[in-house]
Design a protein around this ligand. Structure first.
Ligand SMILES: [Zn+2]
Length: 213
């Protein structure tokens, strides 16, 4: 249904056209400067810019994204750079495990399918498997105690980008949904993940697109 007036958030290339050549921390391809911009809409047509939500670099090849500090990071020597990127990858994996475990226990218990999905992720990051199992067990037993899950998500949003956080949540939802449809509790949880990470609720539509992709 068309609304007379409303707003939409669009991902677009930054006007500066800034590119970091061959600097994708994950695959080594180019990183492009992009924005999430909120537009005012009339009958679902974007009319004018309301607000810049986030600016980040993104790789078109593997879709990884990183905040604008990447521009300075890539100037560091190889060892320092490598350590920074390893930390970022570790943070992403840890937050992914925490969010997915939390979503999985919302309906009471961790079923076989959910356990298998979690172990598949842990397998992908085998060098930090012990730490990830610790994270999974902590959330299994304590849920979001002391905002444990929210704090990790906020760190992903700050260290990587809003885009990374949306990709993480989409990955998490896909794992939980693989057994069928999303429960109402899980939908509500996704919304609170967005809000608690300081992202506007309107990014939900971009998240849904990522889930369907
Ligand atoms: Zn890449």
């Amino acid at each position: 249904m068309s609304n007379f007036i409303g707003s939409v958030i669009i991902q677009e290339n930054d006007k500066s056209g800034d590119i970091l050549k061959g600097d994708c921390p994950v695959c080594g391809e180019d990183m492009y400067l992009k924005n999430f911009t909120k537009y005012f809409t009339i009958f679902d047509k974007s009319v004018f810019r309301l607000e810049l939500i986030d600016t980040f670099y993104q790789c078109d090849a593997c879709q990884s994204s990183y905040n604008t500090s990447l521009k300075e990071l890539v100037k560091l020597d190889d060892l320092k750079k490598e350590l920074k990127f390893q930390d970022a990858g570790k943070l992403y994996a840890k937050a992914l495990i925490a969010a997915t475990t939390f979503m999985a226990i919302v309906d009471g218990d961790l079923d076989k399918h959910e356990q298998r999905s979690l172990h598949a992720v842990i397998g992908k990051y085998s060098n930090i498997a012990d730490e990830l199992i610790e994270t999974m067990d902590f959330v299994k037993n304590n849920g979001n105690k002391n905002d444990y899950v929210y704090i990790l998500l906020r760190k992903v949003r700050e260290t990587l980008s809003a885009e990374s956080l949306l990709s993480l949540l989409a990955e998490s939802v896909k794992m939980i949904m693989a057994d069928g449809k999303m429960e109402k509790e899980e939908l509500l949880l996704i919304n609170s993940f967005l809000l608690e990470s300081g992202l506007p609720k309107s990014l939900y539509t971009i998240l849904v697109d990522k889930i369907k992709a």
